[in-house]
Design a protein around this ligand. Structure first.
Ligand code: ARG
Length: 566
């Protein structure tokens, strides 16, 4: 929670207690427009209803009881009984000076940390990463960073698809020719496609593929050794691409589908014993309303499925990992799967008291408005997209900053290119589909990463030009309206982080940062910094420095780099 909200809550909570001897939530909210002040206390309506009084009278009473100790310039009652709070600039300045001296910008960690398991990006191995992996990696990572920042204990789980029928096809195909066993990932990708075609058209091959899965799942030494090799090659590629994207996933976070294999028979047995699962046409299934197809947890041939594994993982996470909250990040086409297996898990009692969120997202589209594919209809390789982003950013950096040394320009290009792709993906409501558009994501104007990165670099350049280290003792005073609106916005970061950690919508943080950069630019245009006389000069430099730290903190939480110079 932001410092502002926290203090207002305490003050209004006490006022309500004084006035009516009850404990009520002060129902604080930010106002939409400056006209109505900065915050509102909306408790009067609820209290009036409860105590059968007139809301405006309640508002008057709260207003007369509240002691804001210099926080507010004025309080106004509006509408049915809103109390609008106009903060005082002297108080804002004091708070700003306080947070400027704090590495966490005044945002406290939660007092009782929860254990939050975040399941992302869950890549299916034996294929090169493609554009479809951008969103789970990127959105999952931002959410993990934000929740971690609030002080919770985050446990990342990369639920890779490293098991199942696809491996039967692949191993059976590669078995046909010893040379294929030493394949690199790009070839495995080709093999996978060829194997799939064979599987669909050649019944004898399909039988062999199925028999291979059975041998693999039964622990056949040869199959396991060859399977491990494919997983190793894939992991190497996966971690390389995730690293290029600055996604904080390591091998230690990996717990793939194969890990749960030994638990699946027991999962099915338990679900049957609890009456959650039943037999249907030779298979074991769970019916979940209102779906017309059940969740199959054991196929007629004895094989287990994606859902069985997810149920085993759910039980493992609440019992072994002691999760208090489970967060899963996948595309919205998996909605039914998640509704079904979580319903089964709940009925089996495997959730315990853990909270649950399915963070879904839409599809990335090509210029034609259809799911993004190459011209020949192939999937777009993620690594190629990232490298193209860096190349395109490099051209922009070269044009803007030809005087910088070559290696510095490369580093900036990497931050801007990767940041551009990531931010474009994060800055809209994640449920919507979007069209992948290079020009918009690398634009230096508008709600983009390059714009925010430029704003950050500008703060650094002003501080460099001033020739002084901003002394920690520099006191900020707020006079000009542009200084005041900037200060108010900086002080809101805590509220935004809290809301994103709860609602899991990273675009809200993007909107906040864009607004911050815009207000900074308004301040910078209206208020001379270096050319001002002391003590204004130091005050404004300190305001630049705290703006910079707020921008940097926000970008860090999104996993986006911010070069010192651009
Ligand atoms: N491997 C899955 C896919 O590519 C995503 C896994 C998501 N996590 C999970 N526990 N189901 O669609």
């Amino acid at each position: 929670m932001s410092i502002i909200q926290k203090q207002l809550r305490t003050a209004f909570g006490a006022a309500i207690r004084d006035a009516y001897s009850i404990d009520a939530d002060p129902l604080l909210a930010t106002t939409g427009t400056d006209k109505f002040g900065d915050y509102q206390c909306n408790a009067a309506m609820a209290i009036a209803k409860q105590l059968k009084l007139r809301p405006r009278d309640v508002a008057e009473k709260i207003k007369s009881c509240v002691d804001l100790a210099g926080m507010a310039e004025k309080l106004e009652i509006a509408g049915p009984g809103f109390i609008n709070i106009h903060l005082s600039s002297a108080w804002l300045a004091t708070k700003l000076n306080q947070i400027a001296a704090d590495p966490r910008l005044g945002i406290e960690k939660t007092a009782n940390p929860q254990r939050v398991v975040i399941d992302y990006p869950g890549i299916n191995v034996a294929k090169e990463m493609h554009i479809g992996h951008l969103r789970p990696s990127n959105i999952g990572d931002a959410i993990a960073r934000i929740i971690e920042f609030t002080g919770e204990t985050v446990i990342r789980q990369n639920h890779i698809g490293d098991w199942g029928t696809a491996f039967g096809m692949l191993l059976a195909y590669m078995q046909e020719d010893a040379g294929k066993n030493d394949a690199a990932l790009a070839q495995i990708d080709q093999f996978y496609k060829a194997a799939k075609q064979r599987f669909d058209s050649d019944p004898a091959f399909a039988d062999e593929a199925r028999a291979t899965v059975v041998r693999l799942q039964a622990g056949g030494a040869d199959e396991l050794a060859r399977w491990r090799k494919i997983v190793d090659i894939s992991r190497h590629h996966m971690l390389e691409v995730l690293h290029l994207m600055s996604v904080q996933i390591t091998q230690a976070d990996e717990r793939g589908e194969s890990f749960y294999n030994p638990m699946l028979a027991d999962v099915v047995a338990q679900l049957r014993a609890k009456g959650v699962a039943e037999e249907s046409e030779g298979a074991i299934v769970v019916w979940v309303k209102p779906f017309e197809t059940p969740l199959i947890i054991q196929k007629r041939d004895g094989g287990f499925g994606y859902g069985t594994t997810d149920l085993a993982a759910l039980r493992f996470r609440t019992t072994e990992l002691k999760a208090d909250r489970l967060v899963y990040v996948t595309d919205n086409r998996q909605r039914q799967h998640f509704l079904q297996f979580t319903d089964a898990g709940r009925r089996a009692g495997w959730f315990g008291n853990a909270g649950y969120d399915h963070v879904m997202f839409g599809t990335i589209l090509g210029p034609d408005g259809k799911p993004f594919k190459t011209k020949s209809g192939e999937s777009v390789k993620l690594k190629e997209v990232l490298i193209e982003a860096i190349d395109r950013a490099r051209a922009i950096v070269d044009a803007k900053n030809p005087e910088l040394p070559d290696d510095q320009r490369s580093a900036i290009a990497r931050s801007v290119g990767i940041g551009g792709v990531k931010y474009f993906d994060l800055n809209k409501d994640r449920l919507t589909d979007y069209v992948f558009d290079w020009d918009s994501m690398l634009a230096t104007e508008g709600n983009t990463a390059p714009y925010l990165q430029y704003a950050y670099a500008r703060t650094q350049s002003i501080i460099r030009k001033s020739g002084v280290e901003v002394p920690p003792s520099a006191q900020i005073t707020l006079g000009a309206p542009e200084e005041i609106t900037l200060a108010k916005h900086i002080l809101r970061l805590g509220d935004v982080v809290e809301s994103v950690a709860k609602e899991l919508k990273p675009h809200v943080l993007c909107t906040y940062l864009y607004e911050l950069a815009t207000r900074f630019s308004g301040f910078f245009e209206a208020c001379p910094v270096i050319k001002s006389e002391e003590p204004l000069r130091s005050s404004r430099l300190a305001l630049c420095a705290v703006t910079a730290r707020t921008l940097a903190t926000g970008l860090d939480l999104l996993g986006i780099e911010h070069p010192e110079q651009m």
